[in-house]
Design a protein around this ligand. Structure first.
Ligand code: FUB
Length: 339
């Protein structure tokens, strides 16, 4: 554990929404916060942004992260602790480059850290590492998860104890290169299906009891418009881009995600963790910076959204994580946040 702690001074916006606009830590850059409550304490599993001088491009080469730091806090608005390096690329046997947005889960006395990383062939895969502590250090498995692909793993454990992973991201996340079921390096980096074709969906699978592998073949998740039809690729204010997250509220499954080049966080709901999910609306309007990535978690009976922007640096690849309340209407609709 490092001494680097930073109190997140509570603030309120004009609507009374608390904790908006306060970076949770200021001494390192953090992004893509996946938050969980383990044993009554809040743990945040973020990317650790660093300056590497890589050129900024649509392939995301400038996001050249090399390790993870886990953050914790006892309560929203309380002191934030940075627990130091939890996993480093140099300790991952199959590592190529770029540790992107991670997530974590707990089962039977072990914590699991799931992370996207390019292998030595420059193909994004999802890896898993384990620890007896929620803050690590984590030990990576020798190989990426069999059948895993692309980026942004998000792990959801249902009330029946079954755990599912959602993953995928287009453009630099390479999902468009998996359209045939196999990785196709000849598919240009940014090529989505034609504007009038069905958009690419995120992928998902249930995890095995050992949490280290998939219990079933990876499938595509269907996201439908209010008209019941899948979104078209050209509909970039609605179609899935990256950063999926699943939570359950009042028996309903909420799948939320980033629309990428239109910079929105949006959500869709369904009656099963497998979907299909029907689009409902915008959770958060664009933040400062190109990327937008979030997680949604219940803490002490209230719901919060963790997200990032570039307030501290003004640079898209040097982000800072934040948290604010997630408010719903009585019928469960999420109110749009204007960050
Ligand atoms: O942090 C690198 C990438 O940027 C993440 O994997 C994406 O979700 C976007 O936030």
């Amino acid at each position: 554990e490092t001494a680097a702690t930073e109190a997140a001074a509570p603030a309120a916006d004009s609507t009374g929404r608390k904790y908006l606009a306060q970076p949770l830590v200021k001494d390192i850059y953090t992004a893509d916060p996946s938050a969980h409550v383990f044993n009554g304490k809040i743990y945040i599993y973020p990317s650790h942004d660093i300056e590497t001088g890589m050129p900024e491009n649509d392939n995301g080469d400038h996001f050249a992260m090399r390790d993870y730091h886990i953050l914790s806090m006892d309560s929203i608005g309380g002191k934030v602790t940075d627990h130091g390096v939890a996993l480093d690329t140099k300790d991952i046997p199959w590592a190529g480059r770029q540790l992107w947005a991670p997530d974590a889960a707990y089962k039977n006395g072990t914590y699991y850290l799931y992370f996207p990383l390019k292998d030595k062939q420059d193909v994004f895969r999802i890896g898993v590492a384990t620890s007896k502590s929620p803050t690590g250090p984590f030990k990576a498995e020798a190989k990426p998860m069999e059948g895993s692909l692309s980026i942004d793993p998000a792990v959801f454990t249902d009330t029946d104890g079954k755990t599912y992973m959602y993953m995928g991201g287009i453009w630099g996340g390479q999902l468009q290169r998996w359209r045939t079921g196999k990785y196709d390096a000849s598919n240009p980096k940014m090529q989505e299906p034609g504007a009038q074709k069905t958009a690419l969906g995120p992928k998902m699978a249930r995890l095995s009891d050992n949490m280290l592998s998939f219990a079933e073949p990876v499938k595509e998740v269907q996201i439908l418009g209010q008209d019941g039809k899948p979104f078209l690729s050209g509909d970039n204010t609605h179609r899935f881009f990256e950063g999926g997250w699943l939570h359950k509220y009042n028996g309903k499954y909420y799948f939320s995600y980033s629309t990428g080049d239109t910079h929105l966080l949006v959500y869709a709901t369904g009656t099963s963790p497998y979907g299909p999910f029907t689009y409902q609306g915008v959770i958060m309007n664009p933040v400062e910076g190109w990327t937008t990535h979030h997680s949604i978690v219940e803490v002490g009976g209230k719901w919060y959204i963790f997200y990032h922007d570039t307030q501290l640096s003004g640079k898209t690849w040097l982000r800072n994580v934040k948290v604010t309340e997630l408010k719903r209407t009585p019928d469960g609709r999420i109110e749009t946040i204007n960050p």
